[in-house]
Structure formats: C-alpha cells, structure tokens
Design a protein around this ligand. Structure first.
Ligand SMILES: [Zn+2]
Ligand SMILES: [Zn+2]
Length: 243
C-alpha cells in the first residue's frame, strides 16, 4: 500500500516516461501509461514454428527437426513450453520493473501479452487443462518482494479464461540463488529439490500449466514439472511472458 502511494507521488514529481525510449508519455492511461505506441509496436512477439520443447521460434531448415539445438542437449521435464515474446527490448525492461522495482501494476500489461498469444495461437490449448500453477517464491523472497509476480500473472489468466488457479499446492522449500547470476549449467543444480507439494493427491492425473515470467534455460520450470510429474501429474506445460 505504501509503495503504491509513493509511486503515485513520484508520478507527480517525475511524470511517467516510456519504459523503452524513456521519452515523456502524453497519454498516461492503459498500455500508453508504460510505453509509447512506437515502442509498444516494436515488441518482438514469438511466432511459429515453435520448438516443441522450449517454444522458441525455430527455423526447421537450420535445425533439421522440430526441436531447437539448445533443447536437444538437455533434459527438460515439462512437456512443452510457450512464451509470448522474445526476452529483449521493452519486454525485458517491463519484466525487470515488474519483478525487481515493485511495479506490480504492470501485471495486467504483461498478462495482456500472454492473453494475446493464447488467443492468437490457441497455445497452450487451455480447454484440455485443469490447473494454472504459478511458480512459487521462497518465503524469504516473498517477504522481500511483497508479491509473487508469477501468481499475479496466473491470477489474471485464471480470470480471463476461467481456468482454475492453484497457488498453494506447489511450494518453494529451499531458498535458491537468483538464477540470473549463474551460468546456464549451474542453474539446473541450483534449483534441484527446491520444490515440494503440500497436497500431492490433488494433482494426480491433472493437466497443469506452470506460469512464470521468463524462461531462459528452462531449469526452474523443468524442476517444478519434475516434482509434479513424479507425483502423478499427467501433462505439464510451462507458459511465460518471454524467453
Ligand atoms: Zn518509447
Ligand atoms: Zn527449444
């Protein structure tokens, strides 16, 4: 609450500027309140064909298959992943503000990108799924950040599509180092055994979509998917704003 009031005050002293080009914004309502129309239009969206594991755009002629080169070399426990955008430019800037600078109001702008992607490609095909599960934060991180960015996104998607939100079953049982500080190969070790379930029976035979903000190596979603699958989940997809 205090953060929100402070931000309102700061908006008066420093009028909002575009998160992309940093120029002052004329219209401060809706999407225009975070970026100018030119920067918003330049957001790089993910387009098919998608890698059948990580969901990044793939050039079949180059890769020679349906899975990208990166995914061939590693074991990922989710069945498929999808991301609305490429983790770059304005998208990266907005996610950073959302996660690390307390701009929780950006959740609706960012979940809007996810909603647009789902509606355009019907991916993931929500009609087959039972649950939306946000990637949880550790208690320590949740206290520091005051909100779980993935839960805000999952909540918006749940409201939009009427798919059940399950935010209290998957738990983060171990505080881990921030993945961004680690080289790729260390990320899988860093998150190992960091998830558990409070009610394993509730996910048996379920079709689950994990929600997170960014997919880079896929280590976090993969480890969460491993726990879900080990406990009987039938299918686990991951959905992120960007990768
Ligand atoms: Zn701009
Ligand atoms: Zn891939």
């Amino acid at each position: 609450m205090f953060k929100r009031q402070l931000r309102g005050l700061l908006d008066i002293i420093y009028p909002p500027s575009c998160a992309g080009c940093k120029k002052p914004l004329k219209n401060t309502h809706g999407v225009d309140a975070v970026a100018c129309p030119a920067c918003w239009a330049a957001i790089k969206k993910n387009r098919p064909p998608f890698c059948q594991r990580c969901g990044r755009a793939i050039d079949w002629k180059v890769s020679g298959g349906k899975v990208c080169k990166k995914c061939l070399r590693k074991e990922l426990h989710f069945d498929r992943a999808f991301s609305a955008c490429i983790y770059d430019g304005l998208t990266k800037e907005l996610i950073h503000k959302f996660k690390y600078q307390g701009h929780d109001h950006l959740s609706s702008t960012l979940s809007g990108l996810l909603i647009g992607f789902i509606r355009e490609f019907n991916l993931p095909p929500l009609e087959y799924f039972d649950l939306l599960m946000p990637i949880p934060l550790s208690q320590k991180k949740l206290r520091e950040r005051e909100f779980n960015q993935s839960q805000l996104l999952a909540c918006d998607l749940s409201k939009e599509f009427g798919l059940k939100l399950c935010a209290d079953n998957l738990l983060r049982v171990r505080d881990t180092k921030t993945q961004t500080e680690l080289p790729d190969e260390r990320r899988f070790l860093n998150v190992k055994d960091s998830f558990a379930l409070s009610d394993a029976a509730a996910i048996k035979d379920k079709m689950i979509i994990l929600i997170d903000d960014v997919l880079t190596t896929g280590a976090t979603c993969s480890e969460a998917a491993r726990v879900l699958k080990d406990n009987g989940a039938r299918t686990v997809f991951a959905l992120t704003i960007a990768s």
